[in-house]
Every structure is written in structure tokens, then in C-alpha cells.
Unconditional design. Structure first.
Length: 296
């Protein structure tokens, strides 16, 4: 929480702040004069106002995730927190709760049982994971509980559950980029996709089977069907992710999510090029990479 978010980490926020843009700017430390100028720059466009507020705020020395999260809580906008992403690498990223953990936790029907399963996972991972868990409680509005747990962990430093196991830090739990991109956009995906066309396409590509389709359709509600599809993709291959991405880009409703949330910037640039330019650009990029890898 004490690092500076990039533009891509907060690019989805402007869609969800609405008419509280002015208050957000003031909470983030922008001056009244600056906010008035931003309003004049985008008279009727709240989204553009929010974008400029966030971009200007990110230039401030004190611009960190913690400052942003606290400001959103003060404005009672904690519901938009899932739209903030936390990238910590490109080739691999640290993972606290994996897709396998999610599957294991969600197999329980009762909320209490899911909570117990989550705590078991956190306790097994050691102090670094526990710290992330406590921060997650705080940012989700459970401040009192987070403070109690933090005090307990500091007062019981010798507790076996909170000790860092040998070679079991966060760095060990790393995943491929495509899976991280699915996980960090999980909420947006399950909220907006319609599974039928996607499932049909994935079956035609031999990514899914008829049995997978039947299992997905057996879920009673649309969001549960989407969750089941996501569960399969998270445990699948990169090819499945690529085909899933293609289908999302064909739907006008999900094109923006596919382009901004799931595609790396480098790939977006190539994908948006005219077809005649792509081949030469890709060849040039590959050659540049190869040159960089030649021993000096």
C-alpha cells in the first residue's frame, strides 16, 4: 500500500466515481483552484474530470495506494476498491491466494466454512501473507478487526502460525502473466460476460469439452455460470486464455475490458495496428530482443 500506483492500475476508477470527482480531488490533496480548472477543462464529462484528477494526483510525492484507499473510504466509495489493480512484475507476479486456493475455499457452501478455509490458507503461508491479509481486511472496511489482528501478530511474534516458513515467502507463489490478468480482472469479467458464445468458441477450439459446457450450464444463475467458466480458464492453458480473449474482443460490450484489462500494453499496440503493418513490427521487435540477448 505504500507504493505509487501506475496509470494502468487505476484506469478503471473513472468509470465508477461519478459526481464525487470534486470531493475526491480535494481528499487527495489537490487545491481548489486546480479542481476548478479541471472542471472547466471537462465541463460535462465527469469521467474525463476524474481521469485528470487521478493523473494530477499521481504526480504528487505522497501519491500512494494507501492515500487513495483512505480517500475512497472517507467518501464512502469503498465499493470501487476492486477496480484498483496491484501489479508487481511483468513475467511473474506475487500471489497470495491462488486459483487453486479459490477453488478449495469456494467448495464450501456456508460462509463460515469458507472463512475458516481462507484462514487456514493464510496461516500456512507465513507472516508476509498474513500482513497482506490484514491489509486486505482494512481496505475492505473491516478496520477494527484488522487492527486487532495486527496487534495480536506483533504481540505474539513467536506464534508458529505467524512465523515465516523456510522458503515459503510470497515469491514462491508466482503465476504466469495470463493467469494474473484473469485473476485481477475476475470481478469485472464475471459481472459482464455472457458465457454461451464464449463456451461455444472454446469448444470449437478444443479448449473446453461438452462435459465442461454441461457443468457450466448446470449452475442456476448467470454469475455462477461465469464463475465456473473462469475457474476452468484459471486452471487451463495460455491457449485457452488467448481464445477467450479473442471472443471477448468480438463482443462490443467486453471489447474495452479485453483491450485494457487483459491485454498487455505491448500486445494492444500490435493488435490495434493495420494488418499490413503488424508483421514488420513484430519481426523488428523480435530482432531487438535477440540483439539485447547477444552476449557482450
Amino acid at each position: 500500500l505504500h507504493i505509487r500506483p501506475s496509470g494502468s492500475n487505476i484506469q478503471q476508477l473513472p468509470d465508477h466515481i461519478g459526481d464525487q470527482t470534486y470531493q475526491l480531488g480535494i481528499e487527495l490533496g489537490l487545491k481548489v483552484v486546480e479542481m476548478q480548472q479541471i472542471e472547466r477543462n471537462h465541463v460535462t464529462n465527469l469521467r474525463s474530470q476524474t481521469e485528470e484528477v487521478l493523473n494530477k494526483w499521481r504526480t504528487l510525492p505522497e501519491a500512494t495506494y494507501e492515500v487513495l484507499v483512505k480517500a475512497l473510504h472517507r467518501l464512502e466509495l469503498s465499493s470501487v476498491l476492486p477496480y484498483i489493480t496491484y501489479e508487481v512484475g511483468l513475467a511473474k507476479q506475487a500471489e497470495v491466494i491462488s486459483s487453486d486456493d479459490r477453488r478449495s475455499i469456494e467448495q464450501y457452501v456456508r460462509q463460515d466454512d469458507q472463512n475458516k478455509a481462507l484462514l487456514e490458507v493464510v496461516n500456512k503461508r507465513g507472516e508476509s501473507t498474513w500482513t497482506v491479509f490484514v491489509d486486505a481486511l482494512r481496505t475492505s472496511g473491516n478496520t477494527d478487526l484488522a487492527n486487532e489482528l495486527k496487534c495480536d501478530s506483533q504481540g505474539e511474534g513467536s506464534n508458529e502460525a505467524l512465523k515465516q516458513p523456510p522458503n515459503k515467502g510470497l515469491s514462491e507463489y508466482t503465476v504466469p502473466v495470463y493467469r494474473v490478468r484473469l485473476q485481477k480482472n475476475y470481478s469485472n469479467i464475471v459481472d459482464c460476460i455472457h458465457h454461451e458464445k464464449i463456451v461455444d468458441h472454446l469448444i470449437s477450439c478444443n479448449i473446453l469439452t461438452i462435459a465442461d459446457s454441461q457443468m457450466i450450464n448446470a449452475c442456476p444463475a448467470q454469475i455462477q455460470k461465469n464463475r465456473k467458466l473462469m475457474d476452468i480458464l484459471l486452471h487451463g492453458s495460455e491457449k485457452g486464455f488467448i481464445e477467450f480473449l479473442k471472443t471477448m474482443r468480438e463482443d462490443s460490450v467486453t471489447t474495452e475490458l479485453a483491450d485494457k484489462g487483459l491485454l498487455p500494453t505491448f500486445c494492444r499496440c500490435i493488435w490495434s495496428m493495420p494488418k499490413r503493418n503488424k508483421q514488420g513490427f513484430v519481426v523488428c521487435a523480435v530482432l531487438c530482443v535477440c540483439v539485447c540477448l547477444i552476449p557482450k
